[in-house]
Design a protein around this ligand. Structure first.
Ligand code: BGC
Length: 430
């Protein structure tokens, strides 16, 4: 967080290496790999919709005379990207900036290697426009360390409209209706649920079922407060029962499938629904499809009153290079600006992270989503997503991933899964 290069070097290398550290060029840890006039940005935005959204940032920077060196690391939810970022930092070669999620942003800030965004934040009144549940992650010890791109939410269902029409399916309002509609699709020879069998996707679906089955208070107790009694409870057993039921409607080729390939199954009319964060909408929009006409979006039945959110934060790595510092501040300013927040979400599928904007230019799903995020923020039901690093630190998240994916890929009974979940979370927190 501080501009003090030597202090940062010492923190990272430890006191024993002090003489060596001081002998290093002051640029060793600086974000100096990007050629003059360029920012190097590590991110995992590699799908069609994601790349378009990222392109909006590149264009804005280019308008201001700043070049772009992309550092893409494919892999949803950033699991691979974080490993690459760690190795770049360990080898003393940080990028100019990186896309990160909630607890990871806090983790990087704690290591004391980030540039402060306080000046830009003050000028842009970030304290007033970004919602509190997000500020908790984008600020560290009262200082802004991340520029929020958007708010995504994970409790969405994406549906193929012509399949719904063909099968006479109305938007399901309850869990039972939801399952009945999946059954209809399966009976007619379609895949009910387009599913990507990767740990973060298993947990994205799981957290939807937690919210749908137990409601907002239960979600908070179990997945945010990590209450052992909620984790190993009759309600959690029922969550696993519901998850098991849902899994009947995926196809056999789901293991390892990327999320955007699952989205393509809905786009192409092979599958009826996908449960996924609203970055999936970016894929529909990228294929020139219109909400309400070609595809439908609705909150996962039983989750209408709450929003499980995540937000991509751009963190900037501390540097002595004055040009890089300047470009970092410019980039933060662009990301937080009203115009960019709208443009980015139009491509990305998200809603703006700023709460003070007109929704006129957003599509029908995002207009509804934006209202829901705003009212959830007021009602204390805007809750962090477990799968996307906003409910618990990475150690807990990874322990949850392990249990949920073992459940998905085995015949583990529901009560055993609940017991194991509680034990794994406890192990990760003690
Ligand atoms: C990120 C999104 C991204 C999605 C799929 C989420 O964790 O917040 O920006 O589109 O993962 O990769």
């Amino acid at each position: 967080m501080h501009a003090n290069r030597n202090k940062t070097v010492i923190n990272r290398l430890g006191l024993a290496l002090l003489p060596f550290a001081l002998a290093l060029s002051t640029n060793t840890l600086a974000a100096d790999t990007a050629p003059d006039g360029e920012v190097e940005v590590l991110n995992w935005w590699t799908s069609g919709g994601e790349a378009k959204a990222l392109g909006a940032l590149k264009d804005e920077l280019s308008d201001q005379g700043i070049g772009w060196k992309n550092m893409p690391v494919a892999g949803g939810a950033g699991t691979n990207a974080m490993a690459v970022l760690r190795s770049r930092i360990t080898s003393g070669n940080p990028p100019t900036a990186a896309q990160v999620l909630g607890y990871d942003a806090q983790d990087w800030a704690e290591r004391d290697g980030l540039s402060s965004l306080d000046e830009v934040a003050k000028a842009g009144k970030w304290d007033e426009v970004f919602p509190q549940p997000l500020q908790q992650f984008a600020k560290y010890e009262g200082h802004w360390i991340g520029a929020p791109f958007e708010i995504h939410s994970t409790n969405w269902v994406w549906a193929n409209k012509s399949l719904m029409d063909e099968l006479g399916i109305e938007q399901p309002k309850t869990w039972d209706d939801f399952i009945a509609s999946l059954k209809k699709a399966k009976d007619a020879g379609y895949t009910g649920l387009a599913y990507g069998g990767q740990p973060w996707q298993d947990t994205t679906v799981f957290e939807n079922v937690v919210l749908a089955t137990g409601g907002a208070d239960f979600y908070r107790k179990a997945l945010i407060e990590l209450d052992p009694e909620a984790l190993d409870s009759a309600t959690m057993t029922q969550v696993f029962d519901h998850l098991r039921e849902l899994l009947k409607y995926k196809d056999d080729n789901s293991p390892g499938r990327d999320w955007n390939l699952a989205t393509a199954m809905v786009i192409n009319g092979k599958a009826l629904y996908q449960i996924m964060g609203d970055w999936a909408k970016g894929e529909f929009l990228n294929a020139n499809l219109k909400p309400g006409t070609d595809f439908m979006c609705f909150r996962t039945p039983g989750t209408q009153d709450a929003v499980t959110f995540n937000s991509d934060l751009m963190i900037m790595f501390d540097t002595d290079d004055a040009q890089q510092q300047q470009m970092q501040q410019t980039m933060a300013k662009i990301i937080g600006s009203p115009e960019f927040q709208i443009t980015f979400s139009q491509f990305k599928g998200s809603v703006p992270a700023r709460m003070d904007l007109s929704a006129d230019k957003l599509d029908a799903c995002a207009q509804r989503g934006y209202e829901q995020v705003k009212s959830a923020a007021k009602n204390h039901t805007l809750m962090g997503s477990m799968a996307h690093g906003y409910a618990a630190p990475a150690s807990v998240k990874n322990a949850v991933f392990d249990i949920i994916s073992s459940f998905v890929n085995s015949d583990m009974p529901s009560d055993v899964a609940a017991e194991q979940l509680a034990a794994a979370v406890q192990g990760a927190t003690s």
